[in-house]
Design a protein around this ligand. Sequence first.
Ligand code: IPM
Ligand code: MN
Length: 331
Amino acid sequence: MTHRIGIIGGDGVGPEVVAEAMKVVDAAGVAYTPVVFDLGGARYLRDGEVLPDADLEAIRGLDAVMLGAVGTPEVAPGVLERGLLLRLRFELDLFVNLRPFVAGPSSLNDGVDMVVIRENTEGVYAGEGGFLRKGTPNEIATQGSVNTRLGVERCVRFAFELAASRGRKHLTLVHKTNVLQFAGDLWQRVFDEVAAEFGSVETAYHHVDAACIYLVQDPARYDVVVTDNLFGDILTDLGGAVSGGIGRAASANLNPTRTSPSVFEPVHGSAPDIAGTGKADPRAAIVSAAMMMEFLGKEDAAQRVREAIEKTEDVTGSTSEIGDAIAEQVQ
Ligand code: IPM
Ligand code: MN
């Protein structure tokens, strides 16, 4: 069966790294029909469209989406991030953002082998809030954190299932329950309730500030981490930095119920400062593509891609040279 895969290169280095990722998918022998979408800063500047309904409907019918990066200095912050990336996460109900970190060549510490499960549809990202008296000296801005029982529970449950399937069977809840007394209380209660169903999984709780220290000084204590949208955003940039660079960090925006396509993307952003220079490391996008193949049931191809990345660990060069080296190795 040929998979229909949406390609959204997006902004900055996004199109460059996605091209390498798809080159490697080709080399791995996974047949697919690319459905290319012209979305991102260039499109918005041209015709004012961020994610037209017709494109969203077309995306709903696909098997998966490979996305590069979103955001460019020519467009006000938030327009593309909210209008394209977050809208896709919300509309497709991609409630799990799965971000694995494994010690790489420039790791601060070789003990990193963990997965962060970031809740991906709620929290302060939901867009609750607003202005009062905007532009006056008495102006007020609020930004609420939305945490639903359903949203927290399905994410926590996914994390327990993942932890139960791994060797260590360890799951840490990261939050800030000492200050966020409502959201933190809901997360902690749901976590404890679901834990009772997973007797084989050992659990821990860390405040997010302490988790930042541990992640730098003693990351080996983590196996699976589950956390909310904002903490997960911040923690996963740090996870990338301590485990061999953000150029290696991959992610999967998953709809585990498969009622809509999942979206695979590197953790890094569009890096407009190096766009077009060939300096972007495509490995994060290539690992994201391997995660996509796995999710589409092509475990063998995904495994070959992972091995090819390991074997070409020392390869340096331009974006396309690294992509070529991995593609050659995978055949
Ligand atoms: C990420 C990115 C996005 C986020 C931005 C671009 C909206 O930083 O995927 O981590 O904050 O989720
Ligand atoms: Mn981020």
